[in-house]
Design a protein around this ligand. Sequence first.
Ligand SMILES: C[S@@+](CC[C@H](N)C(=O)[O-])C[C@H]1O[C@@H](n2cnc3c(N)ncnc32)[C@H](O)[C@@H]1O
Length: 170
Amino acid sequence: MVELVERGRVTPSKALDLCCGAGTNPVYMAKKGFDVTAFDISDKAVEYAKEQAQRADVDVKLLVADFLKLPFKSDGFDFAFDFGCFHHVDEKDRNPFIEGVYRVLKPQGTYLLVCFSHKNGPAWNHFTREQIAELFGNYFEIKWIRHVSSLEGDQITRYFYEVLMINSER
Ligand SMILES: C[S@@+](CC[C@H](N)C(=O)[O-])C[C@H]1O[C@@H](n2cnc3c(N)ncnc32)[C@H](O)[C@@H]1O
């Protein structure tokens, strides 16, 4: 996301950060001039994210919400950022989740997804490129899918897919 913002591929606009956790990403976006709304199911995480936003002296609309009941009007956002949210969604809820993101994004809005890759080994929420294309392809035009890795705090390298998608015309 940082690379896309720094390169001007994603420009300041109305953004939604899905499952914001401690608020690092929405605070970054707000600093870059985005009008950011962010939510998480954890009230503790949202409280912490509010403190982070206050400390950084930026305005972020932060709320406690469930990713299956997005409390936002349709066509409200230009950009949705999902860093580690979708891979927490139960298999049975994947389509409703995707429909929710599609609904709240404007037509032609951008969805940047980062989710676990199958390269971490087999698991219910480790995805292949083909699975991602099949799950999201009915709603979004997939611009690119790329494999990335990250050395995490526990010294384990984890693999992710980064997927840039555009809301298809309704
Ligand atoms: C891997 S963390 C990602 C945090 C953040 N995006 C980041 O980059 O630091 C996953 C987050 O999903 C949140 N979460 C799990 N289930 C959720 C749900 N049903 N609705 C909203 N958030 C949920 C958790 O509370 C947690 O903060």
